[in-house]
Design a protein around this ligand. Structure first.
Ligand code: 4NP
Length: 150
């Protein structure tokens, strides 16, 4: 059975498209049968490709994010996905505020799947400028999520 997984951040141009691209690659290599998407809780960047510096940093590591386009998180995502993953606590709170009564779709922080790193959220490189740190954390969490789903 295909499992459907959604990655969510604020703008859907840095962290969640990177998570989508990295996790798609790692889960494909692991042979998992998944449908993967990403969305943002904010609507500023709808239709836009991922932020250039994030695309460039991801490309150096072998992930092509160029075909992704930003969309906004919607209430229907709770029924259209089996697992929803936020990058930070604000993302989780913003989504919980849209959860339909009675819906039980699991919502987790991406850092729930990391082993070693001490961070409890994925810092936003759009503001920190540290695309390498974000990608390293996203790779670690993606590997952890692949293990969790195997
Ligand atoms: P993201 O980063 O949530 O990782 O996509 C952001 C990018 C842009 C904005 C916010 C967050 N913005 O407000 O434009």
């Amino acid at each position: 059975m295909t499992r459907r997984i959604l990655f969510v951040c604020l703008g859907n141009i840095c962290r969640s498209p990177a998570a989508q691209g990295v996790f798609a690659e790692l889960s494909k290599n692991a042979g998992l049968d998944l449908q993967i998407d990403s969305a943002g809780t904010g609507s500023w960047h709808i239709g836009n490709a991922p932020y250039g510096p994030m695309q460039d940093a991801a490309a150096v590591r072998g992930y092509d994010l160029s075909g992704l386009r930003a969309r906004v998180f919607v209430t229907d995502d709770f029924s259209n996905f089996d697992l929803i993953i936020g990058m930070d606590a604000d993302n989780i709170n913003d989504m919980e505020n849209l959860r339909p009564a009675g819906n039980k779709t699991p919502l987790h922080l991406f850092t729930d799947y990391t082993r070693s790193s001490g961070s409890s959220y994925v810092p936003d490189p759009y503001y920190t400028g540290d695309f390498e740190a974000a990608l390293s954390l996203i790779e670690e969490a993606s590997a952890g999520l692949v293990r969790h789903l195997q």
